[in-house]
Design a protein around this ligand. Sequence first.
Ligand code: HEM
Length: 156
Amino acid sequence: MEGYLIYIIFFHILGAIIWIGGMVVIRLAVHPALQNIGDDHIRIARTLEVTGRLFMVVLPFIIILLATGLYLAHLFGFRGHTKLSTIVHVKESIWLLMTLNYGLMVWLRFKAQDAYLKSNIMVAKKMLAPISKYLLPLNIFLGMLAIFFGLVLRGF
Ligand code: HEM
């Protein structure tokens, strides 16, 4: 085994931990706490700040996951029509779905920010609502699938 392989796997797993862990913490710990802020303006401002920071933190790790994942698949020779190469394609598809979903969340957040800056609180709320209701839970679920398939690739 090449000596640097441990670092490639390390960064692949680190990316998964930070991307998925970040979403879990925001959805299950920060989001419920934000709902206790009674003032609409303050709650939306803090929600915009928290989501903005989360999206900035995870961005480099999304790229790192793709790069290290593709490199690992190449290194282990997962190509052709074997069962494991199919699982690599499944993981690539999961990554793509998660990244498109991430892009949608970033777009909705920018729309919400625009509305908030124009004091259009109703529109800001409408734009932010699907992020916590559907999009974050969906990406958390997809991320867990990707971790599971990572273990299958390892040979379990
Ligand atoms: C382009 C997409 C991806 C490719 C090509 C890919 C490829 C791989 C490969 C080849 C392995 C096996 C490493 C080994 O044998 O030790 C692996 C493991 C892993 N992958 Fe991915 N991956 C991708 C995306 C993701 C995503 C999006 C996540 C989670 C958000 C993820 C989480 C993991 C984890 C946690 C492991 C470690 C499993 C273990 O310890 O064996 N991967 N991945």
